[in-house]
Design a protein around this ligand. Structure first.
Ligand code: ATP
Length: 447
């Protein structure tokens, strides 16, 4: 597999050209670090979220979902520590006015002299100052200090403040989890690497509440299960590693934490964090509100704060990982190359291309009938223009796992040719069996 250094450039260009991801407000010159998902991108992102939801919620009796509002009571962020402590240190260059994160200077460059690090050029840097990453806005018609609300910087707090609601309404008992997917906002000082770090992004987080004595066991369980989720969805094991945090890296409330890291073309970076958050959040919210957020175990008659294991993943970062990992430029025998996304079939935005060999002699009618039949379950794409080889290649480039060709023989043998994206092998399948064929190969249950 060839992964040249310019993979990111090529991928960004493919994403734009084929309708995966566009810069936000592009006709106005774009808005830095904000991105819009196009028709193929939105399908891919939905499939990533669906694969996570299936794995974390639907297939588990001990996890339920929730969908909280983005705007929450401002006291939530005071209690969680975000108001006082969700900061990154920032330095400014007095000469060129560029702004940097003081803790990652070694990976940043001077915008005026890209061969130099900030401060190693002629510019003079300010002392680091703490910069709070939460976006502020105001609620209601009058803007004053009482109307300040924040766009949530993580989805987790919505889960903690609803802990009691879920326990009381769903009769959940530790060990159990509450999962959420949704937008989060961070006014990052530096945004970078396409959708890897942006100011508006989506997260998928799950808080798993456990009896304190079981915390270590569940931490290991979720750390390993989350790693396996990526490899089961086809991510290359050589590019994926688990890194346990050293004690000096841990957040003050966290007992242990591991990052799942991926080797992007721009280096090893955090993809997902799995943390033992102890009982910090529930304790703090209980103290701040005066509500008893302990769990009452009616068997042991014990009342206690469960400890929490949290796997936290960014949807956009996961989507980027699947795209980067799937991207390939393959040398074919004839000496030409094809660009192909080896996406897991359950993630692929289009599951099958439907190609009548010619635009006449009844083949388009048969193809459209098949398209109608498949569309009720699968996102398929009908294409009758151009040579068949070119139609295959266009679908390879967007990761479509199957190409279905309706040819002259179809009229007599009631069968089609299905070509598989990765091996390019072809097989003949009866027309009335195509739906079953796809069911067996592309549904999320495969993951
Ligand atoms: P980083 O060190 O990269 O800033 P973090 O440790 O602050 O990340 P968490 O607060 O643990 O991140 O958030 C959980 C996950 O949310 C991250 O692992 C990442 O996948 C995603 N995430 C966090 N910040 C961003 C962002 N600005 N853009 C896209 N995804 C993000």
């Amino acid at each position: 597999m060839s992964k040249p250094d310019d993979t990111m450039e090529k991928l960004v260009s493919l994403c734009k050209r084929r309708g995966f991801i566009f810069p936000s407000s592009e006709i106005y010159g774009g808005l830095k670090s904000c991105w819009d998902y196009g028709p193929l991108g939105v399908e891919l992102k939905r499939n990533v979220k669906e694969a996570w939801w299936q794995h974390m919620v639907r297939r588990r009796a001990d996890v339920v979902g929730i969908d909280c509002s983005i705007l929450m009571h401002p006291k939530v962020w005071e209690t969680s520590g975000h108001l006082a402590g969700f900061n990154d240190p920032m330095v400014d260059c007095k000469t060129c006015k560029a702004r940097f994160r003081a803790d990652t200077m070694e990976s940043q460059v001077c915008p005026k002299k890209p061969s130099k690090r900030p401060g190693e050029c002629d510019g003079e840097l300010t002392e680091p100052r703490q910069f709070n990453l939460m976006f502020k806005t105001s609620m209601g018609p009058v803007e004053n200090s009482d109307s300040v609300v924040y766009l949530r910087p993580e989805t987790a707090q919505g889960i903690f403040v609803n802990f009691k609601n879920v326990v009381d309404t769903c009769r959940m008992k530790p060990p159990f989890g509450i999962a959420q997917q949704g937008k989060s906002f961070r006014n990052e000082i530096v945004t970078e690497n396409f959708i890897f770090r942006s100011r508006e992004f989506e997260q998928m987080e799950m808080e798993f509440f456990v009896p304190p004595a079981e915390a270590d066991k569940w931490y290991e369980f979720w750390r390993d299960a989350r790693y396996a989720w990526f490899t089961d969805l086809g991510v290359n094991k050589d590019k994926l590693r688990l890194r346990e945090h050293d004690s000096d890296e841990l957040a003050h409330y966290s007992k242990c934490c591991a990052d799942i890291e991926y080797e992007f073309p721009f280096g090893w970076k955090e993809l997902e964090g799995i943390a033992n958050r102890t009982d910090f959040d529930l304790q703090r919210h209980a103290e701040a509100t005066g509500r008893d957020l302990r769990f009452f175990d009616d068997q042991s008659k014990e009342r206690y704060f469960p400890h929490v294991i949290e796997p936290a993943l960014g949807v956009d970062r996961a989507t980027l990982t699947f795209l980067v990992d799937a991207y390939d430029e393959e040398e074919l025998a004839e000496g030409d190359t094809r660009t192909v996304l080896h996406l897991h079939p359950s993630l692929a935005p289009i599951k099958a291309g439907i190609f009548p060999l010619v635009k006449k002699e009844g083949l388009p009618e048969i193809a459209h009938n098949l398209e109608d039949e498949l569309r009720s379950e699968f996102n398929v794409f009908y294409d009758q223009s151009g040579a068949i080889g070119r139609r295959y290649r266009r679908q390879d480039e967007v990761g479509t796992p199957f190409g279905i060709t309706i040819d002259f023989d179809t009229k007599t043998d009631q069968a089609v040719t299905i070509r598989e994206r990765d091996s390019m092998a072809q097989e003949r399948v009866a027309l009335d069996q195509v739906k079953n064929y796809l069911r067996g190969r592309v549904l999320p249950e495969q993951a």
